[in-house]
Each structure stands twice: as structure tokens, then as C-alpha cells.
Design a binder for this molecule. Structure first.
Ligand code: SF4
Ligand code: SF3
Length: 533
């Protein structure tokens, strides 16, 4: 069969090798995949055009690069129309950097767009390293984008996107040139996550441990999904005193912990579980859903008229809220649908009726002394960071079982949407500290890193010498940049699941195993036994 598309950027890629043919497993059609390639090629062309023209690069162009990369993250955009418009804007930005090229008679090709087929058909190790760079900066762009929305930018972070894009387009770059850039993605992403952490905490306050109800109260309501806290804030303002309640979904759950968001009494609770359950969970409820970022699945006809998108999320025929952030159509929909007639108690996947969030580095480090004492006294034997993305593979109940089986003298830190596998479990407490602590969204991996570094300092050892194990789950490209950050910090022995990325060639995987001892998850029993040895 003719390969109409090629994409292998996420964990659910077909046959663990790559999505080809007419559509990807996520529902992305071949023509959309082609436009995403074209957009990426145009961004590489733009990066090429910045060389020697750095002084002409404006903050608007920096922002456009973030938008272009974020748009190609899995489950963000399925819309050819918006992709074409974005490609056009990238071409215009490039032309603004090199006006002389438009009239040049002897086309040198120096600033041409890149043909992504050259990447997909490259030698497998080169393709693997360039994919790590590309998918890593796609994930990082999402974080930089959220920070920029709140008015926070960092020149070093913005500039790096051009360097990385440029490298992807370099024909003669080999292992020696590409490997350092792969690790640099991790280093710059640490700065980027720190930037977003500053943006979030300076705008919305320091997260506080907060219990979140899973019951949906009677009356009109809106469900808001994704990672964008700014959108949630606007929605809370616009629904104030309108008799419309707001419920978080997926990665929006940690919003409940921010003082400037939790102060709204109509931010009531959390609806549903992780992204892969949305087609089931959204099928039958009397309210609209607003997607601010990934993960959007193709909306089923039964509820498509209740779905709204904003920012870079886009799907054909689905109503989009533009930059004016006028959420009136969403609010009107909520009022028209009316919500439930009675309070509807719901549960997490293990039957729990509430979840707790808000254990960012601010909260955890405020009790650092207590934690250190508990370790010294032997009350806490081990920490596990069980975090990352959720997904549809049946093997992902590994994470539920792993957490359930952690011994009572251990603490589980978690983050991102993978936590829905276990965040409604009651694991009890150790000396007043809950055994299960949700640190926030995937970008709050920054919090986990801060806590690990602080513990290492308190014990006068390296992070790898701490009684701390990382058991991670991945799905999309934000997980790639976080993984690269952990590798940049020299963290060893990470267990990764549910399967290893298809874009790791055998040689690149061998390198990661040799240098970082990264490995696949096994069974919960066996992994726990090994990690606690
Ligand atoms: Fe396939 Fe994932 Fe790419 Fe979608 S994003 S086409 S599922 S590899
Ligand atoms: Fe989840 Fe999509 Fe990755 Fe931010 S929302 S972690 S999968």
C-alpha cells in the first residue's frame, strides 16, 4: 500500500512502528498529516532565514514558532483550514526576514522550506535523533506558549527553537552534532518549565493542597479541558454570577489548587478521567466542553455540537473561540442544556469520590524538614514518582497496580493525566503527610525535579543516590521533552512505559541504556521488588 502519511510521534502509533496509509490511530487524516509536515518544513525554512537576520526576529515571530510547533502536537489540530492559514503566516514571517530573496534571480535555496520526507527517509539513527529533537521542541513549545500567554518569555528559550529547527534541516549533521542538541532540548526545557512555573505561580499564586469533588451539582455547567490556566480564569470571570458552574477535566484538574482560581465559588469540581475516555464520558451529559489544548479526540456526532475549542486546538466544524476570548457561545450552550436536575455523585476509576491536588514544590518544600525527618527516622523508606500521560493501551493498568502495591512506608508523587489511573485511591498518610501527592500538570515535572534536588541537598548526595525511583508513562510529545530534561540532569534507572517510543532506533536506545540505564516497565510486582532492593 502506498504510504500516504507517516507519523510515529506518539505512543499509540500503529503497530508500534508508525501510522501510514489514510489516517493515524488518533484519527489524524493523511492530508492533515501532510500539512503538519509542510508546516514543520516551513518552520525549518523560517529558522534558516533567521541566520544572519537575528535582529529582524520579532516577539511575534517567536510566538508564531511556538504556535506552529504546538499545533503539531498529538491531539491538538485536525483542521486543514487552520493549518493552511498557519503555513501562510510562517511564509509571510520568513519573507519579512529575507525580503531580498523574493526578487533574487539566482535562487540559492539557502532559505528553502525543508521537505520532511528527507527526515522520514533518513538513516534510522539520524531520523531517531532528529525526531527526539523535533518531538521534544514540539512539547516544549506548548509550555513556552502557555508562559507567553501569561506574558512570560525567555530569550534563551525562544532562540533555541530556531537552533533546533535548523539542526533538523541539516543534511550533513551526524550523531556527533545531533546528540548534544538532543540533550540541549532537555536543558532548555528545564528553563522553559521553570519559566512556566514562574508564570503560573506569579499569576495565580502558589498551589495549595486541595481536595476536589467528583460530584457534579445540579444546574447548568461547563467542562473545561486542557492545560491553559489563563483560559480557565477568563471562563470563571465570564461565568461569575451567571448560575453556571465550571468543572475541570483531564490536565485542568490541578487548577483547583491555585489561590487565584480556587477563589471562584463556581469552580466546583472535576469531571471525568483522562483524555482517552472522553468519547465515552462526553457522550451523554447535559453540558458543553471547552478544549484549551490537547488532548482532543475526534468528537462523536452525538456530542460534537457541545464541543468548543480555543487557542491552537482545532477540529473541522467544531466551534472555535478566537483570541477575543468571548466564551458567550459556551455559556449560552450551558444555560440551554441546563445541566443535571439533581446533584450527580461520580467517582474516579477506582470508586473514590474525591481527589486531592496541589502538592507542587511550594507545598512540598514547605514541609521539607518533616519529610527529611521522616526519612531519617525510617518512617519513609522510598519515594516513587509515578507520572506522565495516560492512554488507551490495556497495559496501562500497570500504573494502578503499581501504586496500589507500594508498601505503606513509601510515598508516591504523581503528575500529568496518567494519575487518573490511581488518584482516587486512599493510600493513607505517613506522619501527617499523605502517601499520594499530586504535583500538578505534566509541566509540573519541574516541581518533582525541585523536590528531588532539595532532598539530594538535604541528604548531601546526588539525585541518583536518593531512595527515589521514577516510573513514567508517556503518550505525546510533552513527555519527550520532560524525559530529555531528566536525562540532561543525569537521572538514571527511569522505567518507561507502556512501550518504548517507536522513534528510538536500536543504536539510540542502546546509548540511552548504556548512559542512563533507562528501561521498559515490567510487572508491578517485579519492578517494585527491584526498585526497593
Ligand atoms: Fe499516529 Fe500518534 Fe501520529 Fe496520530 S500522532 S498519526 S496516532 S503516531
Ligand atoms: Fe495528558 Fe494528553 Fe500527556 Fe499533559 S493531556 S499529559 S496525554
Amino acid at each position: 500500500m502506498e504510504n500516504k502519511m507517516f507519523c510515529f510521534q506518539c505512543e499509540q502509533t500503529a503497530r508500534c512502528m508508525g501510522c501510514t496509509g489514510n489516517a493515524g490511530v488518533c484519527g489524524k487524516q493523511a492530508d492533515t498529516a501532510g500539512l503538519q509536515d509542510k508546516l514543520t518544513g516551513a518552520l525549518i525554512g523560517l529558522a534558516r532565514a533567521t541566520e544572519g537576520n537575528e535582529s529582524l526576529v520579532t516577539p511575534e515571530i517567536d510566538r508564531l514558532v511556538l504556535e506552529g510547533l504546538f499545533t503539531t502536537v498529538t491531539n491538538v489540530s485536525f483542521n486543514n483550514e487552520t493549518l493552511n492559514a498557519l503555513i501562510e503566516r510562517v511564509e509571510q514571517a520568513k519573507a519579512s526576514l529575507i525580503p531580498q530573496c523574493g526578487v533574487c534571480e539566482s535562487q540559492c535555496g539557502r532559505n528553502d522550506d525543508y521537505d520532511m520526507q528527507d527526515l522520514w527517509q533518513a538513516d534510522e539513527d539520524i531520523r531517531s535523533l532528529k525526531s527526539l529533537i523535533l518531538f521534544g521542541i514540539r512539547g516544549m513549545a506548548a509550555y513556552a506558549y502557555h508562559a507567553a500567554v501569561l506574558g512570560f518569555t525567555d530569550k534563551e528559550v525562544s532562540d533555541f527553537f530556531y537552533k533546533a529547527l535548523f539542526a533538523i534541516g541539516m543534511k550533513d549533521f551526524g550523531m556527533d552534532e545531533l546528540l548534544p542538541i538532543v540533550l540541549e532540548v532537555g536543558a532548555v526545557n528545564l528553563k522553559c518549565m521553570a519559566l512556566l512555573d514562574r508564570a503560573n505561580t506569579q499569576t495565580f499564586g502558589t498551589p495549595e493542597p486541595t481536595q476536589v469533588s467528583l460530584t457534579v451539582e445540579k444546574g447548568p455547567f461547563i467542562v473545561i479541558s486542557g492545560h491553559d490556566l489563563y483560559d480557565l480564569k477568563q471562563l470563571l470571570e465570564q461565568t461569575r454570577d451567571k448560575g453556571v458552574n465550571v468543572y475541570t477535566h483531564g490536565e485542568m484538574l490541578p487548577a483547583h489548587a491555585y489561590p487565584e482560581l480556587k477563589k471562584y465559588p463556581h469552580l466546583k469540581g472535576n469531571f471525568g478521567t483522562a483524555w482517552q475516555n472522553q468519547q465515552k464520558e462526553f457522550a451523554d451529559f447535559p453540558a458543553p466542553v471547552l478544549f484549551t489544548t490537547n488532548c482532543l479526540m475526534p468528537p462523536r456526532p452525538g456530542y460534537a455540537d457541545r464541543v468548543f475549542t480555543t487557542e491552537v486546538v482545532s477540529y473541522p466544524e467544531i466551534r472555535h473561540i478566537g483570541p477575543d476570548k468571548d466564551f458567550s457561545p459556551v455559556i449560552e450552550k450551558a444555560l440551554a442544556l441546563g445541566g443535571y436536575a439533581e446533584d450527580r455523585p461520580m467517582t474516579g476509576i477506582n470508586g473514590g469520590g474525591t481527589v486531592t491536588t496541589g502538592f507542587g514544590h511550594g507545598a512540598v518544600l514547605s514541609v521539607a524538614g518533616q519529610v527529611v525527618e521522616a526519612v531519617k527516622a525510617g518512617a519513609i523508606r522510598h519515594f516513587f514518582l509515578v507520572g506522565g500521560c495516560d492512554g488507551a493501551k490495556p497495559g496501562r493498568n500497570y500504573y494502578t497496580e503499581f501504586v496500589r502495591q507500594t508498601p505503606p512506608d513509601t510515598v508516591v508523587l504523581t503528575l500529568a493525566c496518567g494519575k487518573y489511573r490511581f488518584n482516587d485511591l486512599d493510600l493513607g498518610a505517613i506522619g501527617g503527610l499523605p502517601r499520594l501527592m499530586d504535583m500538578g500538570q505534566c509541566n509540573d515535572a519541574y516541581s518533582a525535579i525541585q523536590v528531588a534536588l532539595a532532598l539530594a541537598e538535604a541528604f548531601g548526595c546526588g539525585v541518583n543516590d536518593l531512595p527515589l525511583s521514577m516510573v513514567l508513562s508517556w503518550y505525546e510529545q510533552k513527555a519527550v521533552c520532560i524525559l530529555l530534561t531528566l536525562l540532561h540532569l543525569g537521572i538514571r534507572n527511569i522505567l518507561l512505559g507502556p512501550s518504548l517510543p517507536a522513534f528510538l532506533s536500536p543504536n539510540v536506545l542502546r546509548y540511552l541504556v548504556e548512559h542512563y540505564n533507562i528501561g521498559p516497565i515490567g510487572t508491578p510486582e517485579e519492578d517494585l521488588r527491584k526498585l526497593l532492593q
